[in-house]
Ligand binder design. Structure first.
Ligand code: XMP
Length: 513
């Protein structure tokens, strides 16, 4: 097969739809390895993947706009089955001599399709089913050789030319609201000839071989954070080269209660060659009296890098740095719209490879987060580590509003442990993405026993989300909130009041700093 990957591959050309990643994910769920390329990709770049199928994604433009993203006609010369979705279907029609008309209004939301003829993509049972539409223009007449296979009212919803292996769908099969969407995609993949046997776990052997070939007898360093990505990346590299990898795990003093020790024990149990670095006192000293959130983040990032660099230099013959880069980061940097704006500076080891003249090993750069979890489970990582909720690099420092001190860290750790314990053990575990405590820089008056108290306030944050980009505050049962509140006030000295954060994102962010 191709030089880029040995998997049977689906290439998705990205025209800027918010759903492009969803096409890639749906394909992978259906056992088809998929990658996203910008629509500008050259025929050679596409052919390098030796794709068995191509999808043209949707996009926000009209095909008639000046500078609208176009379709490289050489793609047809590859003679690979091709599916155009929404804007992709309109491009297909336009390029092959069909007609696209601007709509009078933009159709957005659920629609019903009716089959207009025999379709090799859409099963008869999809007749009358709901699909998700989001378009202004539509195909008014299909190119010669194509047949219309489904309509929604008067709008052409599906077309195909089976002889050429070309298909178009006006609706979005990748969106869950299109009830038959997954089946339709599955049929397209079958028509392409995919075996549909890909899974994240099937990457292990290929990655192990790739890492061995790249590294040879050099040494490799890895910064462990306790998070899913670095843990899975390090474990995969360990499978390939064992103790040639040194994992540096810095105790920043900013993790949750007992977390550093627990995670360290888990790393040792897996057999990772891990070097613990106790540096909490250094971080606390650098953070003393610092209140500004961005300054805190920068100090923590810089201190982490300084420690990592110092420790990594002690490992002789190091030529590579392992990083847990994921596919969404890779796509973001190649997307049609360019990288999105940074709202908060994120803490990672970026910048280090150039400074230390190391080459990167990024064994997860083809995977989505849920696939990394699946791979972690395949590699035998403990459930707790694989299912760990997102935790910011700067840790509890950005959940303590105002200045950070060892005392305030300890207070927050205790309150946070109660929040997690109560939510995790609630009779019906609520569907929440992230939950934690935040320590506020204000004091309030309370009464306990016979005495008046004047102590700190703690906020509880629990959100539902699917990717952290948007979030809603979780509607936790009142009795659960009551239990959390009464336990914190009675068990954590230093806190006498608990409030619940009812802000969604946007306009709020998940973290408070
Ligand atoms: P915000 O607060 O921006 O957070 O709504 C979105 C998601 O990102 C996590 N987060 C971070 N993760 N380093 C990270 O690795 C960071 O500096 C960082 N800041 C926020 C946050 O926990 C949430 O899941």
């Amino acid at each position: 097969m191709s030089g880029v990957t040995s998997q049977e591959t689906l290439v998705i050309l990205d025209y800027g739809s918010q759903y492009t990643q969803l096409i890639a994910r749906k394909a992978r769920e259906l056992g088809v390895y998929s990658i996203i390329l910008p629509f500008r990709a050259t025929t050679e770049e596409i052919a390098a993947y030796d794709p068995k199928g191509i999808v043209l994604s949707g996009g926000p433009n009209s095909v008639y706009e000046k500078d609208a993203p176009g379709l490289n006609p050489d793609v047809f010369g590859l003679e690979i089955p091709l599916l155009g979705v929404c804007y992709g279907m309109q491009l297909l029609a336009l390029n092959l001599g069909g007609k696209v008309e601007p709509g009078t209004t933009r159709e957005y939301g659920n629609a019903t399709i009716s089959l207009a003829g025999e379709s090799s993509l859409i099963d008869a049972k999809a007749d009358g089913s709901t699909v998700w539409m989001s378009h202004g223009d539509h195909v008014a007449s299909v190119p010669d050789g194509f047949v219309v296979t489904a309509k929604s009212g008067d709008i052409i919803c599906a077309m195909e030319d089976t002889a050429l292996g070309l298909y178009g769908l006006q609706f979005h099969p990748e969106v869950a609201h299109s009830l038959e969407g997954k089946n339709i995609l599955g049929r397209f993949f079958d028509l392409c000839g995919f075996h549909r046997d890909w899974s994240a776990g099937s990457l292990v052997d290929e990655q192990v071989a790739r890492i061995q070939a790249t590294v040879g007898d050099a040494n490799v360093v890895c910064a462990l954070s306790g998070g899913v990505d670095s843990s899975v990346a390090a474990t995969l590299v360990d499978r390939a080269i064992g103790s040639q990898q040194t994992c540096i795990f810095v105790d920043t003093g900013l993790l949750r209660q007992n977390e550093y020790e627990e995670v360290l024990a888990a790393y040792k149990a897996i057999g990772l060659n891990v070097k613990p670095i106790r540096a909490a006192a250094d971080f606390y000293a650098k953070l003393k009296d610092v209140e500004d959130p961005e300054t805190k983040r920068k100090i923590i990032g810089a201190e982490f890098i300084a420690i990592f660099e110092r420790e990594a230099k002690k490992v002789k013959g190091t030529k590579f740095l392992v990083q847990g880069t994921l596919y969404p980061d890779v796509i973001e940097s190649v997307s049609v719209n360019g990288p999105s704006v940074t709202i908060k500076s994120h803490h990672n080891v970026g910048g280090l490879p150039e400074k230390m003249q190391l080459k990167l090993i990024e064994p997860l750069r083809e995977l989505f987060k849920d696939e990394v979890r699946e791979l972690g489970a395949t590699l035998g990582l403990p459930e707790k580590m694989v299912q760990r909720q997102p935790f910011p690099g700067p840790g509890l420092a950005i959940r303590i509003i105002g200045s950070v001190s060892p005392e305030r860290i300890e207070i927050l750790q205790k309150a946070d442990a109660i929040v997690r314990e109560e939510i995790e053990n609630h009779v019906v575990r609520p569907e929440v993405w992230q939950f934690f405590a935040v320590l506020l820089p204000i004091k309030s008056v309370g009464v306990m026993g016979d005495g008046r108290t004047y102590e700190q306030v703690c906020a509880v944050r629990a959100v539902s989300s699917s990717d952290g980009m948007t979030a809603d505050w979780a509607k936790l049962p009142h009795e659960l909130l009551a239990k959390i509140s009464s336990r914190i006030v009675s068990e954590v000295r230093g806190i006498n009041r608990v409030v619940y954060d009812i802000t969604s994102k946007p306009p709020g962010t998940i973290e408070w700093e």
